[in-house]
Design a protein around this ligand. Structure first.
Ligand code: SF4
Length: 202
């Protein structure tokens, strides 16, 4: 298969996996929005970050988010970073809806791959996402574990690792490290990232 055919197959897979029209009363755009706010960290759960992630205009993103707030899937609250920004969080209704995500068919198919094939797929998808984002001048999004801004220090008592973001000057919890972030920048290498984390979680 040539490169263009592979690209078309990836696009077709993404379309097919999204389901046909409304699923459980939600449009494909609303599903994308719920998935984003379920995976994004607290600094990225904003309309502008979602617009960047979904490659759409801020106005369109704002309308979709507003609709989900009025239907009880999202709540709005002031941002941690500044009083002017607004952060959106999933409600219990939003989290329950994701139990019926049409994308689960693709998740299950990925789960059937052999572990080494699955890991290669993960690496390839990350590299393709970063390359296309770079070409388009867009943020690639990624998680703290692979970000050059992650700082890690061992607390003196107990040796439990504590984490912080150098860029945003904010503390991070261990369960924040896999969330998506609009400010993500790739660490020079995974080895460097591990070293910066002081041998933290893999
Ligand atoms: S360390 Fe990187 S990914 Fe994590 S919050 Fe900071 S900028 Fe975002």
């Amino acid at each position: 298969m040539d490169n263009r055919s592979i690209a078309q197959s990836i696009a077709q897979l993404a379309r097919m996996s999204a389901g046909d029209g409304h699923v459980c009363g939600l449009t494909p755009a609303q599903w994308n929005t719920l998935r984003f706010f379920a995976r994004a960290n607290r600094f990225s759960r904003t309309v502008s970050a979602f617009a960047e992630f979904h490659a759409t205009t801020r106005g369109t993103a704002s309308q979709t988010v507003k609709g989900l707030v009025s239907e009880g899937y999202l709540t709005r609250s002031p941002s941690d970073l500044d009083g002017r920004s607004v952060r959106f969080d999933l409600t219990d209704k939003g989290r329950s809806a994701l139990d019926h995500d049409p994308l689960d068919a693709l998740s299950e198919a990925i789960g059937k791959l052999a572990p080494d094939v699955r890991n290669q797929l993960e690496t390839s998808v990350k590299r393709l996402t970063e390359e296309v984002a770079r070409t388009r001048g867009k943020p690639s999004f990624g998680s703290c574990r692979f970000c050059c801004h992650l700082a890690c220090a061992l607390r003196k008592s107990g040796g439990e690792p504590s984490y912080a973001c150098d860029l945003l000057e904010q503390p991070l919890a261990a369960n924040d490290l896999d969330d998506l972030c609009v400010n993500f920048e790739t660490a020079p290498s995974n080895a460097t990232a591990r070293s910066r984390r002081g041998g933290g979680p893999s």
